[in-house]
Design a binder for this molecule. Structure first.
Ligand code: UDX
Length: 458
């Protein structure tokens, strides 16, 4: 028999919102409340315009909101009334004190733990969903189980592996669901409760269990491995440009080795997003903590290559455009850290925009979903910045287009017409290698892909 379950999620962000919408959709017997300290965010979840863009999310929320999915700011009532609590608060990189720029900032997380303790009147299962450095579940347990008032908390780790832009698809059909628990009887029972919830739509063999520390570490390591592939291929892209090899051909040949695999081998301006850099730096911090400096240096180099790739993009632009960008109009196609999301956290576009402004270029930022975030990211920077959603209008009168996000719409534009409106010589810097370079060249553009010889008319 299916038991009615009351579930709370603290944190209505990119992970909490979509994950709870999916559980609500797949488990009609669960009543789910998502709470957040930010009233604007909650108001947006309750409105016709959700605070985040994800393909398929609108429909999912429309089908469940008000039935078994609720968004609220009442954290206290939420904690009191629910027996299962997901913690999905943000854990950004610390900007101050010890570990600044590397360690995770755990203040929201600890505050949440203390709130759970304060408002709970009955025993609960608390599930860590935020990516946290290893052993924080232990700290969570310690905070929660400090009072001997008959209330007991079982802490589980259930890291989220969804990628932005494909969140709904990833949640519906994940490669795996990982649940870490204590091996005690209580721990196993709590774990089974969560396995039962996911079991409503995920095949049992894809739900894997482990101890808490393995689960926490697996999340950091998964992201570190994915990011490492991008930095490896990006490092080789620099060599290809010198050696006149073609990175697409190299990555195709390498990726066809089934032991390597084809995914995450697209050379680019570098990875962005809220996870990769943060998680790798957490891993580096952890390794240093244990005195493993060589291991820390190894993983840190993945982040360094990512920075190098972005700086290299700017240097290539400068070199191609006669070593001066001052007063030139440069259009940025895409500002999100990847396509199908409006998220710009750690987007390489932020760095590139800053650097172009430092070179005194004038920039026109274009993106179908991320202009609001782009405005906030670039607020206060000196220089001329315009925001134009339509990529064709954005490119008008520009000296160059820098393609920074792989939005599909950029592939299908009328490049002949775009070329006609631009200043000459016109340049395209394709930071994602998604355009038809030969065709753009034939139209008259000077084309600079990543990791391949440029196609120029000089
Ligand atoms: C990532 C992980 O994939 C996900 O499992 C984890 O839970 C959170 O972090 P996300 O940050 O949403 O997800 O994006 P992802 O699709 O992994 O892309 C990260 C960055 O790498 C993007 O900037 C993307 O454009 C870039 N990328 C990806 C490349 O440059 N080349 C590639 O081949 C793949």
């Amino acid at each position: 028999m299916t038991v009615q379950r009351n579930i709370l999620c603290i944190g209505a962000g990119y992970v909490g919102g979509p994950t709870m919408a999916m559980i609500a959709h797949k488990c009609p017997h669960c009543r789910i409340t998502v709470v957040d300290v930010n009233p604007d965010r909650i108001a947006a979840w309750n409105s016709g315009e959700l605070p985040i863009y994800e393909p398929g999310l609108d429909q999912l929320v429309a089908a469940t909101r008000g039935k078994n999915l609720f968004f609220s700011t009442d954290i206290e009532a939420g904690i009191r009334e629910n027996e299962i609590i997901f913690v999905s608060v943000n854990t950004p990189t610390k900007t101050f004190g010890l570990g600044a720029g590397m360690a995770a900032d755990l203040q929201h997380w600890e505050k949440t733990a203390r709130q759970i303790l304060e408002f709970s009147r009955s025993s609960k299962i608390v599930i860590e969903k935020s990516t946290l450095p290893v052993k924080t579940a232990l700290a969570m347990e310690r905070i929660l189980n400090t009072r001997a008032n008959g209330v007991h908390f079982d802490v589980l780790s259930n890291p989220e592996f969804l990628a932005e832009g494909t969140a709904v698809r990833d949640l519906e059909n994940p490669d795996r669901v990982l649940i870490g628990s204590r091996e005690t009887e209580r721990g196993q029972k709590a774990r089974e409760t969560l396995v039962e919830i996911y079991g409503h739509w995920i095949p049992r063999e894809k739900i894997i269990t482990s101890n808490i520390w393995s689960s926490e570490l697996s999340k950091l390591v998964s992201n570190a491995f994915l990011a490492q592939r991008i930095s490896s291929i990006n490092a080789i892209s620099a060599l290809c440009e010198k050696a006149e090899a073609d990175i697409t051909e190299v990555s195709r040949a390498v990726g066809m080795d089934s032991r390597v695999g084809a995914k995450f081998l697209n050379a680019s301006i570098g990875f962005g997003g809220s996870c990769f850099k943060k998680d790798i730096l957490n891993l580096v911090y952890l390794c240093r903590h244990y005195g493993l400096d060589e291991v820390a240096d190894y993983w840190e180099s993945v982040v360094k290559i990512n920075q190098y790739q972005q700086e290299r993009f700017i240097r290539n632009m400068l070199g191609a455009m006669f070593n001066t960008l001052a007063g030139k109009k440069i259009c940025l196609w895409g500002f999100a850290f990847k396509s199908n999301t409006g998220d710009t956290r750690e987007s390489p576009a932020i760095f590139i925009a800053r650097r172009l402004l430092e070179e005194q270029a004038e920039i026109i930022v274009s993106d179908p979903k991320a202009l609001k975030n782009a405005r906030a990211d670039l607020a206060g920077l000196a220089g001329r910045i315009d925001f134009v959603e339509d990529p064709v209008l954005a490119a008008r009168g520009c000296h160059a287009i820098a393609l920074l996000t792989e939005w599909d719409l950029y592939r299908h534009l009328d490049f002949q017409a775009i070329f006609a409106t631009m200043d000459k010589p016109a340049f395209i810097f394709d930071g994602r290698n998604i355009l038809d370079h030969r065709r753009c060249f034939e139209i008259g553009f000077n084309v600079y892909p990543v990791g391949k010889a440029p196609l120029t008319h000089f």
